[in-house]
Design a protein around this ligand. Structure first.
Ligand code: GLA
Length: 411
């Protein structure tokens, strides 16, 4: 046994910790986590100043009020291990240390997240947690970490379920409730085993900053928004309160035109995906901010039933998506995947969908009247007595909420 491993092991013994009863922390992430992560925009260019300014901007921009909560530093905050094997933050970029940074974020009423990896090194080549899981979990607990994203690089010969369970147990033993975000890219089908291990799991490789493209890096690929969306097929039954499919952090605000941003954000809402922004919150256009803080679309995502939406139909490049919501309401989204404008006609008199998975029925064929609200126009656009005619710009959405009209009581 290596010296550092021995220390971690002794720390466990001294603390009287046994992983026999370990489990994931229950009661966390009852709705999809919302926050910000440094990777998509800043990659390894992270610092204490950036993270603090981001936390400030999350509050001053109104994102916190809209529900964003976690401020997560991704890779490259760490540089080495000390002589006892404890992880050390980059002293040039984080001169006040991680604890002070976590305190700052907490003082803003926000929560603090950090990144590590199950392998020997992180994807960015920094020291990772393999063989140091309990020790790292103790550091995180001591610093006041609330969220851990745990990656999957340099994991030769590791069993994914085993490696993630080890970190789960380590976090549990350290005693501080931490949302555990598995970033294993879907390689080992985490949806089949991770609901007992973590609170969210990546379902795909990395998102790329484009709406509809594949970026080939040679040995690996990253995926546009539409490519990631397609990879969610067949996964909805695995998501629910406390355990979410994670189609990766958002690229909203990183350069896409607003129609694509709106479509991206709406589809992440429909997928009950974690809403982790990945742009520079200090310098956002008002268009981007309006997308990220559309409270009615966020409500669809944060609906407490926690039922992931599903694609119901495709016609002429326009997809129809449905998501059951509490109070027997539904979100209904038309996603125009083509680059040209499309016209649609919604014939409510013939619209009846039985969602077997949720046991819920979408049915506007009855005598009941339903109100149709456009969540981007932020207004009621009619009801189900009249066929809806609409046009949808290329690579954009029509996002509707369908609610039963209350019956007026007779006097
Ligand atoms: C992997 C992850 C990304 C990011 C980088 C950091 O590629 O999937 O989300 O965390 O590593 O190096």
């Amino acid at each position: 046994m290596k010296f550092t491993k021995k220390i971690a092991f002794s720390v466990m013994l001294i603390a009287g910790i046994s992983s026999a009863n370990a489990q994931k922390f229950e009661g966390l992430a009852k709705t999809p986590p919302m926050g910000w992560n440094s990777w998509n925009k800043f990659a390894c260019n992270v610092s204490e100043q950036l993270i603090k300014e981001t936390a400030d901007a999350m509050v001053s921009s109104g994102m916190k009020d809209a529900g964003y909560e976690y401020v997560v530093i991704d890779d490259c905050w760490q540089v080495k291990r000390d002589s006892l094997g404890f992880i050390v933050a980059d002293p040039d970029r984080f001169p006040s240390g991680i604890k002070a940074l976590a305190d700052y974020i907490h003082s803003k009423g926000l929560k603090f997240g950090i990144y590590s990896c199950a392998g020997a090194q992180t994807c960015g080549g920094r020291p990772a947690s393999r063989g140091h899981e309990y020790q790292d979990a103790l550091s995180y607990a001591k610093w006041g970490v609330d969220y851990l994203k745990y990656d999957w690089c340099f994991t030769e010969n590791l069993n994914a379920k085993g490696a993630y369970t080890t970190m789960r147990d380590a976090l549990y033993s350290a005693g501080r409730p931490i949302v555990f975000s598995l970033c294993e890219w879907g390689d080992n089908k985490p949806w089949l085993w991770a609901d007992k291990v973590g609170h969210l799991w990546r379902t795909t490789g990395d998102i790329y900053n484009c709406f509809d493209c594949v970026k080939d890096h040679g040995t690996w690929k990253s995926w546009g928004v539409m490519q990631i969306l397609d990879k969610q097929e067949g996964l909805r039954q695995y998501a629910g309160p406390g355990h979410w499919n994670d189609p990766d952090m958002m690229q909203v605000g990183n350069g896409m035109p607003v129609n694509q941003e709106r479509a991206h954000f709406t589809m992440w809402a429909m997928l009950a995906a974690p809403l982790i922004s990945g742009n520079d919150l200090r310098n956002m256009s008002s268009e981007t901010l309006n997308v990220l803080t559309n409270k009615e679309v966020i409500e669809i995502n944060q609906d407490t039933l926690g039922i992931q939406g599903f694609k119901y139909a495709v016609k002429d490049s326009v997809e129809t998506w449905l998501k059951p919501l509490k109070n027997n309401e539904w979100a209904l989204v038309y996603l125009n995947r083509s680059k040209s404008q499309k016209s649609i006609s919604v014939d409510w008199k013939n619209f009846r969908v039985n969602d077997e998975f949720s046991g819920r029925l979408f049915d506007t064929t009855t005598k009941d009247i339903f109100i149709v609200r456009d969540l981007w126009l932020k207004k009621v656009i009619g009801d189900t007595r009249k066929t809806l005619q609409a046009t949808i710009a290329g690579e954009d959405v029509l996002c509707l909420k369908i609610s039963k009209k209350p019956v007026k009581k007779q006097k």
